[in-house]
Structures are given as C-alpha cells and as structure tokens.
Ligand binder design. Structure first.
Ligand SMILES: Cc1cc2nc3c(=O)[nH]c(=O)nc-3n(C[C@H](O)[C@H](O)[C@H](O)COP(=O)(O)O)c2cc1C
Length: 457
C-alpha cells in the first residue's frame, strides 16, 4: 500500500499573515488589491505542489475608530471569490478554495457561484463554509445586530443541506445533446430540490451542471460543539486552529469519532490545522526573520487586533498590564477561550498576548530550520493530530518561497509529500471520493445514499 502522505493548503492573506508584514521594505504596495501579487502567490503555491490555495474573508471592515484603523493593512482587499475566478485561468492543478459565509448570504447564490468555479476550473473548487465571526458584518446587511451564535449554526446546517441538494440537480449524464433528435437533456436526470425549512425555501434546480469532481469540496472551520458537529456531518476538509499538539490530537480524535457517528468514513474528512512557520536555513536565521516582523508591530495595531479577536475593547487598559476579565459575548468562540486561558495561565500582559497572535492568530507557530519544521509536522501527521496542514505564510511571497525551497523538499525526502500532482481535480489530489449524483441515491434496498455525508433535516 502506498505510504500515507500529508495534504497541504496555502492559506493566504496579502502580503502575508503577520499583522506587520506590509511594513517590511520589500512588501509589495497595495498587495491585497493587486491581481498581479495574488496571482504570483497562487502560481508559486502550485509550483510547490500544494493541494489548494485558501483565501479567508469577512464582509466588512473591522470595528474601530478611524485613527486606529488607519494603521492596519487589512481594511481593503479584493473579494476572494472574484480572485479565484481569475486563478482558474492562470493555474492548472491547484485547488481553489475560499470562504463564503452562510450568515448573510443565500444558498442558491453560493451553490451557483462555486458550481460555476468548479466547471471553469475542471473540478478544482472548494467552499469554506463559515458562520460569520465578525459582529460588524451585520450592519452591512440591513440588520441592527449580529445573529445569535446558535441561530448562525442552525442556519449554516440548513444552508449546507440546500447547497448540497442543489449541487445534485443534474445527474452526471443528463446532457445528452442529441442533435438529430433535438433533445438537449434527459428529463428524468434533472431533479428539483423543493426544500422548505426553518430559514430557507428553495425549489431549485440549479442552473449549473455537475463538474468532473461531482461538486465542490466542502471545507469547514469552526471548533465549538456545534461547529464540530456541522463539520462531522458535512465537511470533507476541516481547517482547524489548534495551537498545540495535545489540542491537535484531541480535536482530531473527537472530530473523527463524530464523523463515524454520522455514518461517514473518517478518511473522507481531512483535518488540516493551520500552521504559521518562519523558516530559515538555520534556527537562528528563522528566529531573526520572526524578530524582525515582531519589532514592526505598532502597539495600537497589536491592541486592536487582540480586541477584535476577543470581541472586547482593550484600548483603555495599560498595554504592559494584565489582561482584564473578559465577558462572554455572543461572538465568543473556541479559539478565543483558549487564548484567554493561556494568558491567565502564563500571566501574560496585553502586549505579550498580542505578540503571540500577531502572526498566526491562535494557529500553531513554528520558527526553525527545514529539518526542525519538518520534524514537527511529521510528528503531528504521524501521531493522530493532522492529515495535513494549512500553511500560513507570515510574509508573501517571501515566507512561501522559503517553505517551498526548504521545507517541501525535506518532506518529499522523507516520503511525506507528493513529488507530482496525482490527478486533475481537487478531490483526486486530496484522495476524496466523488459524491454520487441523484441517480445513485436509491440503493437496491431502497435506502438513501447520502452525498458528502449529509443527513436530511
Ligand atoms: C480556521 C478557521 C478559519 C475561519 N475562517 C473564517 C473566515 O474566513 N471568515 C469568517 O467570517 N469566519 C471564519 N471563521 C469563523 C468560524 O466560521 C466561526 O464563526 C468561529 O470560529 C466561531 O465558531 P466556533 O466557536 O465553532 O469556532 C474561521 C474559523 C476558523 C477556526
């Protein structure tokens, strides 16, 4: 049997994940809104044989006063779905994944957009289903307040059900295009959804056919109990944010067992924790790259990022004082709880805490030589903490180039990563099965076969 190999995503934020990356003299100007910069990074990731690029998103600018915001680079960027459409034309192999939130959008729109991207890219699309974490988004969508967390997750579950249903509107062989007979499609191979639920009423069918990989890969990120259940039920890739190997193993074990409880095969869900890595030819060189960026964090930016992250304004507290008590809010989430616990346990000041999240925002962070980074990734991969990783470059293209030049060859030498793409679709490269179309939903015993593990509501 072929050796199990790790999957790699490249999680991009221009010009890199570190909050001060844009201040480096070599950082490209206006990177977030430059097509050229984003294409350069996506093509570089493809040269590195990454399974997929992943662009996260929020529909709005962080809350905060203008003076504070004026020091941030993450206030204006190209909407990621639009970017992925451009990538489809200038890449051949790499998977194209971005966030589109279920909180303030409609399932028909999302099903249609991603199915179109899947068709355009020959089966390389993936949808990162999230519930909007930013309360400020509500104000951009004709609402006074952010939707309550449990409502967001109930809506997300129904949303996923509708999208998956719409993606099965057409059987694979529906379009006969019989020119002699004048028959474009076979009527029995078209299926209406006729969904009526708590949040949505959607008749369907979708006006986009299935792609070579059946439908886009379902990706998810969310770690609370509700988030894990939704992922176990519907996701094929999970972007986890687990800052230590112990938490990584616990998350992996828990989610894989939930996947089994939903009657799905645990191998059909790839758990890929985020990892921020500073790599140098030596540990000292990597440390110098890290320290250089840390020294560029403006305190106002550090405090604003932390405040935003924990949904509590820390700007009135002394930056070198302890973290004040943080009230639980509707926006509270699993990663925030972990961070607050860490600050209490290690007696961290506000400054020390913001320095910890300035790069990886709670994802696990590595600083070291290619061998030491590969050792850690291997340990996670081989001891039940990960099926692969979602790599967060602190700077781009710089850190991504380092990872490709230094870490990937080391992983390949150890037989842990591919030396060529296995297939042409994202599913083939990830080793995921093609979900059945509607023609195979009824087995000989009359029971329904679920697509991508979804159980009807
Ligand atoms: C790795 C990761 C990536 C996420 N990416 C996004 C994103 O791009 N946009 C967004 O609005 N929310 C994003 N989220 C937020 C989640 O969808 C969710 O709202 C949040 O994590 C709170 O839910 P939880 O407590 O279940 O984790 C992300 C969460 C995680 C863990």
């Amino acid at each position: 049997m072929a050796k199990r190999q790790m999957k790699l995503g490249m999680f991009m934020r221009a010009p890199g994940h570190h909050i001060a990356a844009w201040r480096l003299p070599e950082a490209p100007r206006a990177a977030g809104s430059s097509l050229a910069h984003n294409v350069e990074v996506a093509q570089l990731a493809e040269r590195g044989l990454f399974d997929m690029v992943f662009w996260a998103d929020t529909a709005g600018v962080w809350a905060g006063d203008k003076d504070e915001l004026s020091r941030l680079c993450r206030v204006a960027w190209i909407e990621p779905f639009t970017l992925l459409a451009a990538f489809a034309a200038v890449t051949k192999h790499i998977g194209l994944v971005c966030t589109q939130s279920t909180t303030y959008d409609e399932p028909f729109h999302i099903a249609r957009r991603f199915a179109s991207l899947d068709a355009m890219s020959g089966g390389r699309a993936g949808w990162n289903l999230v519930t909007s974490a930013q309360a400020a988004e509500a104000l951009n969508f004709s609402r006074e307040a952010h939707m309550d967390k449990s409502d967001r997750y109930r809506r997300a579950r129904e949303f996923a059900h509708v999208v998956l249903g719409l993606w099965r509107s057409w059987d694979d062989d529906a379009f006969v295009e019989d020119k002699a007979e004048g028959l474009f499609f076979e009527p029995s191979k078209l299926h209406e959804l006729n969904h009526v639920g708590e949040f949505f009423k959607v008749r369907g069918p979708l006006n986009v056919p299935r792609s070579p990989q059946g439908h886009p890969v379902m990706v998810q990120a969310g770690a609370s109990d509700d988030g894990r259940n939704l992922a176990a039920e519907t996701a094929e890739v999970i972007f986890a944010a687990t800052p230590t190997i112990e938490l990584g193993r616990a998350f992996y074990k828990d989610v894989k067992s939930r996947v089994a409880q939903f009657g799905r095969h645990p191998d059909h869900v790839k758990i890929m924790p985020g990892v921020l890595a500073f790599v140098g030819r030596t540990d000292a060189e990597a440390r110098a790259k890290h320290d250089r960026l840390q020294s560029l964090i403006h305190p106002q930016v550090g405090v604003r990022q932390l405040s935003n992250y924990i949904a509590y304004d820390l700007s009135k507290f002394p930056v070198d004082g302890p973290l004040p008590p943080i009230p639980k809010t509707a926006v509270s989430n699993s990663r925030v709880d972990l961070l607050v616990e860490m600050a209490r346990r290690d007696n961290l000041t506000i400054r020390q805490l913001y320095e910890k999240i300035a790069g990886g925002r709670g994802h696990f962070t590595l600083i070291g030589s290619p061998q030491s980074v590969a050792d850690t990734l291997q340990e996670w991969f081989e001891t039940g903490a990960a099926d692969g990783f979602n790599y967060l470059p602190p700077t781009a293209p710089g850190s991504l180039q380092d990872f490709i030049d230094l870490v990937i060859p080391e992983l390949q030498k150890r037989g842990l990563f591919r030396t060529a793409y296995e297939g042409t679709t994202l599913r083939e490269n990830l080793g995921l099965p093609i979900p059945p179309d509607n023609s195979s939903r009824t087995t000989s015993s009359g029971t329904e076969v679920r697509a991508a593990g979804f159980t009807s509501t």
